[in-house]
Design a protein around this ligand. Sequence first.
Ligand code: G3H
Ligand code: 13P
Ligand code: ZN
Length: 308
Amino acid sequence: PLVTSKEMFKKAYEGGYAIGAFNVNNMEIIQGIVEAAKEERAPLILQVSAGARKYAKPVYLKKLVEAAAQDSGLPIVLHLDHGEDFEICKACIDDGFTSVMIDGSRLPFEENIALTKRVVEYAHERGVMVEGELGRLAGVEDNVKVNEREATFTDPDQAVEFVERTGVDSLAIAIGTSHGAYKFKGEPYLDFERLKKITEKLPGFPLVLHGASSVLSDYVEMCNKYGGDIPGAKGVPEEMLRKAATMGICKINIDTDLRLAVTAVLRKYLAENPAEFDPRKYLGEARNAVKKVVQHKIRNVLGCSGKI
Ligand code: G3H
Ligand code: 13P
Ligand code: ZN
């Protein structure tokens, strides 16, 4: 069944582990993720971006996720990733999502609060959970310099005020991660001091880490070996994610690692099997790779194996 994240987050917080929130765009990705979660008996969030809805059409993704929940028997949260306005959040809530993100992080503080509050009111009347975001993730390729951290990373006092005034159920914070495959130019750095302050000021409150792919080197190398060109890709080290999971981070967002795995395996399969043209062969390989990555995350990064 589709479930809300409320109990999941409570257990994760208390247990010092995180739940994986994986972006989905098609059937193979959904099936790979869900097979892994089923084998691991792991709680699961499947999330859909505006781009995913545009690519696959909302109704297809909704029905595929419903099919996955029905077929696996797993409790699954269906979440909107980076909703940018009230309308897309409303559309997803009306469509049966159990959780939505309203991402007002680009807006001035007061406007972010006003927008988030409006979504929370609509969502909560319908039993749907809301994730807000405060602070700005670095864009692909721009390394946040030390003196810029104050301006872009989440301010702990503002986080408290934001949570109190909006009534959000969880909060995405900026502590040094970024979206995509190029997260750090030099040494990876996350501001754990800041995370600690936020957790101390908001005890028991679930925090969310976006941009949390590790950019697994096996798959980057496989891509590059079979004709890809993604030099210098770098993600968040796994031990940093494990640490974050013990410090109030209850939801860890992963998209890039799945994209890389799919692409790497496709490149390899097609290069090694030039006569093959049955999509089920190579998409089946991609599905297996997604499953493998998610299983690895659940066991070795998130710590949520056996938690349902
Ligand atoms: O945060 C972004 C996610 O990786 C989704 O990406 O907007 O290209 O679907 P997308
Ligand atoms: P990655 O690009 O690190 O996978 O982050 C995904 C994300 O935050 C989706 O919201
Ligand atoms: Zn994100």
